[in-house]
Each structure stands twice: as C-alpha cells, then as structure tokens.
Ligand binder design. Sequence first.
Ligand SMILES: [Zn+2]
Length: 70
Amino acid sequence: MPLYEYRCCSCRETFEALVFGGEQPECPECHSVELQRLMSLPAAPREETAKASCRSEGPPCGPVCGRWGK
Ligand SMILES: [Zn+2]
C-alpha cells in the first residue's frame, strides 16, 4: 500500500498519507498541496515486502533481508 510521509511547506506539519494512482494529498492542517515527500519512512512495511519476496535459497536479497549478514 502506497503510504508516504509528507511535510507541509506552508505550516510545517508532517503527516502520513495513502496515495493512490497519482492522487494529490493535502495537508490535514491547512489543506495546502505544497508538500515535500519525506524519505525517512519507517522501514517495517518495505521490510515485510522484502522478506515476503526473498527466496530461501540463494544469497540474501539485500540489507533489509532477514538473512543479511548471517
Ligand atoms: Zn499545512
């Protein structure tokens, strides 16, 4: 699910928004659409995805792989 964290450029509010198919989220505080997408998302959802797609054979698929560094 496309969950992103945004910071409002107007009031500096930070919030998470689900964004579907090019939909433009807006600030829940001031309803501005001047938003900056933050890259410091919690790793949990992506980690789950990586683990789910990682095959048990072969090398670890990446740093978020449950078998990385073992
Ligand atoms: Zn705002």
